[in-house]
Every structure is written in structure tokens, then in C-alpha cells.
Design a binder for this molecule. Structure first.
Ligand code: NAD
Ligand code: TYD
Length: 340
């Protein structure tokens, strides 16, 4: 079996490449990534010499290149992680989100159709459902919750999902879609909440908490997400959407306090800053479908997962210090100039 993983030099795609290369020595895993600011070949070091792994640099939205690659490689399965993934960047520059997340997905779907891919899997997000009110802890996103997006990022991911499902209905393309809650774990780019707070707390720098810190995210360890996608591509039903989440809701403030406590740093580092425009209040997944139909169960809860993750950042300083010493400095200065 030959599997194309797009965006495999990013956070979740990189973890998924490790998972697949190690678990399935008989599969060929091809990692296609454009190596944008978020792509990092250092993440692939542990697998780069394995005989069942290959890296290809390229753009999922480059139609001629993608058609050539599919013709040559004859993929059985495509798992599309490649995306622009940061909400704050989508507020600054929505165009690239449409280009990569929507146009790129359309190109991959056409190539999958043309070259008879047996399964196209779209890695999506719970953000396509919009948000839930903070005073209704009884409400959760199910696969039937209407799509109702808030940010240019979530709008682009929702558009892509609609194309994927339309290709199934119209052309019979064998697709599946997964919508996962917020991930955390090794190799997470330090623009996102958890690695940003770990790296800054270690340097005794201010921790910018948007608004009042009461927004809620439902955190899932990246390895549990990878297991879920592995299950869906092998056992999931074509044409179906699967929500993925492990009931680990925390306010942003709770997350930051947990990190500070684990690192023995003072809460005086917390700085409440200008809120994100359109900031979604609460995400919370109902994972009943994937649990009952596919038997998925997460291995980590938030307490065990965050401890493992903090230890990883302590043990792998080279990986993230290399990132934050480069172009990232300009990003941080620009993004937080009116905040810190
Ligand atoms: P990431 O930003 O860490 O990685 C994205 C990767 O895609 C990078 O390696 C980048 O170089 C690559 N890429 C970008 N544009 C490309 C293009 N045009 N062609 C080829 N490669 C390109 O993102 P992530 O956090 O690993 O997220 C991966 C996927 O999972 C995304 O589709 C995202 O929407 C989805 N998702 C993320 C989360 C989360 O919490 N991070 C949760 C649910 C779903
Ligand atoms: P993020 O990691 O960007 O993921 P998403 O917006 O896709 O959920 O942010 C997680 C939460 O943390 C979100 O409510 C915004 C908040 N946040 C901060 O308070 N400060 C920050 O510096 C960042 C990056 C995020």
C-alpha cells in the first residue's frame, strides 16, 4: 500500500508520518510538503533513513505538479494535512488560506479522482462548527452540528470539507473526513498556545493571554489523533465524517496555570492582552460515533498528556530554539506589537 501524507513536515502530519512509518513497515509513506514557515524537516529526522519513507517538496495547489506526482506514484491512500493552520495569521492575511486550504484540497481531489485513489482522507477541525456558549456545558459538537464558521481559517477549512463531501456525492470519490479538537504534543510550532507558553515561561517572558482567559478548548494529545486517523483510513465508512476529541476541556487560563506550575514559574508572568477578533468561546467534541463505530479510545488525558509534552519540550530544546531564533522573531514582534 502506498500512502501520500501531505503536510507531513508540520506538527500533526509529522507525528502521523512517524506513526505510519514505524507501525507499517510494508507500506510506502510519501510525505509531500511545501516547507512553508510551519514545515520543518528536523521533525522527520527519526524516520528519514527508513526504507519505507520518502520526502517530496511541492505545493498541493500546483495542479500540474500534483497530476504528475499522482500519475508517477499511483497512491492508494491520500491523507491531507497540508494547510495554513493558525487563526491569528488568517486574520492578518486570509488569501493564502483560501489558496492552500480550499484550492489545494480541490486539486488533490481531482488528482485522486483521475488516478483512482482508493481512499482520500481530509484532516479537518472542530472549528468548522463555530463555537458553543460558555454557560451551556451540556452542549457538544456532533457530526450533525451545522457548519457555522467564525475565522477566515475555519471558513477555509469548512469550504474544503464541503468540496470533499461534494466530490463523494457527485463523483463517488471514496472520501472520509475527520474533525478533531485542539491538538498538543511533540513538534508543535511555537506560535500556538501550548508551545508558545512553554517556551516563553522557560525564558521568564510575559505570557500573553487573550481577553480574560476564560475561552475553552478541548485538548487532545496528537498521538491519539494519529491513532484515530489510522483507524478511519482502515475501517472508516466512505462518505462519513468522524469527530475526534477526548473530553478534555480547559480554559486557556487553566492551561497556562498548569504549565507554570509544572515549570515552577510564577503566575505573575501572565499578561492579559487585547482579545483576538471574533474569538471562539468554547469548543467541545462529542466523540460517540468514532468510539462506538470504530472502537477508538484516547490513551492520554490532559494531565498525563501535558506532563509528557512539557517533558518533551525540556528534552528537545534544540528543535524549538532553532525555530524561535529565526524569522519567528519578526512574526512575534508584528503579531504581538499591540498586545505586549
Ligand atoms: P502545521 O501548520 O503545523 O503544518 C502544516 C504543514 O503543511 C506544514 O508542514 C506546511 O509546510 C505544509 N503546507 C502548507 N501549505 C502547503 C502547500 N500549499 N502544499 C504542501 N504543504 C503545505 O499544521 P498542523 O497543526 O499540523 O495541522 C495539520 C492539519 O490538521 C491542518 O489541516 C489543520 O487544519 C488540521 N487540524 C489541526 C488541529 C490543531 O490543533 N493543530 C486540530 C484539528 C485539525
Ligand atoms: P491556538 O493555539 O491559536 O488554537 P485555536 O485558536 O485554533 O484554538 O489558541 C488556543 C487558544 O489560546 C485560543 O482561545 C486563543 C488563545 N491564545 C492566547 O490566549 N494567547 C496566545 O498567544 C495564543 C497564540 C492563543
Amino acid at each position: 500500500m502506498k500512502v501520500l501524507v501531505t503536510g507531513g513536515a508540520g506538527f500533526i502530519g509529522g507525528n502521523f508520518v512517524h506513526h505510519m512509518v514505524n507501525k507499517y513497515p510494508d507500506y510506502q509513506i510519501v510525505n509531500l510538503d511545501l516547507l512553508t514557515y510551519a514545515g520543518n524537516l528536523e521533525t522527520l529526522k527519526p524516520v528519514e533513513d527508513k526504507p519505507n519513507y520518502k520526502f517530496v517538496k511541492g505545493d498541493i495547489a500546483d495542479e500540474a505538479f500534483i497530476m504528475d506526482l499522482f500519475e508517477k506514484e499511483k497512491f492508494d491512500v491520500v491523507v491531507n494535512f497540508a494547510a495554513e493552520s493558525h487563526v491569528d495569521r488568517s486574520i492578518e492575511d486570509p488569501g493564502i488560506f483560501v489558496q492552500t486550504n480550499v484550492m489545494g484540497t480541490r486539486v488533490l481531489l481531482d488528482a485522486s479522482r483521475k488516478f483512482g485513489v482508493k481512499r482520500y482522507h481530509q484532516v479537518s477541525t472542530d472549528e468548522v462548527y463555530g463555537d458553543l456558549p460558555l454557560d451551556r456545558p451540556d452542549l457538544f459538537f456532533t457530526e450533525n452540528t451545522p457548519i457555522h464558521t467564525s475565522s477566515p481559517y475555519s471558513a477555509s477549512k469548512a469550504s474544503a470539507d464541503l468540496f470533499v463531501l461534494a466530490y463523494h456525492r457527485t463523483f463517488g470519490t471514496p472520501v472520509t473526513v475527520s474533525r478533531c479538537s485542539n491538538n498538543y504534543g511533540p513538534y508543535h510550532f511555537p506560535e500556538k498556545l501550548i508551545p508558545l507558553m512553554i517556551s516563553r515561561a522557560l525564558a521568564d517572558e510575559e505570557l500573553p493571554v487573550y481577553g480574560n482567559g476564560e475561552n475553552v478548548r478541548d485538548w487532545l494529545h496528537v498521538s491519539d489523533h494519529c491513532e484515530a486517523i489510522d483507524l478511519i483510513i482502515h475501517k472508516g465508512k466512505v462518505g462519513e465524517v468522524y469527530n475526534i476529541g477526548g473530553h478534555n476541556e480547559r480554559t486557556n487560563l487553566q492551561v497556562v496555570q498548569t504549565i507554570l506550575k509544572a515549570l515552577d514559574k510564577p503566575e505573575s508572568l501572565i499578561k492579559y492582552v487585547k482579545d483576538r477578533p471574533g474569538h471562539d468561546r468554547r469548543y467541545a467534541i462529542d466523540p460517540t460515533k468514532i468510539e462506538t463505530e470504530l472502537g477508538w479510545k484516547p490513551k492520554y488525558n490532559f494531565d498525563t498528556g501535558i506532563a509528557q509534552t512539557i517533558q518533551w519540550y525540556l528534552d528537545n530544546e534544540d528543535w524549538w530554539k532553532h525555530i524561535i531564533s529565526g524569522e519567528y522573531q519578526n512574526y512575534f514582534a508584528e503579531m504581538y506589537k499591540d498586545r505586549l
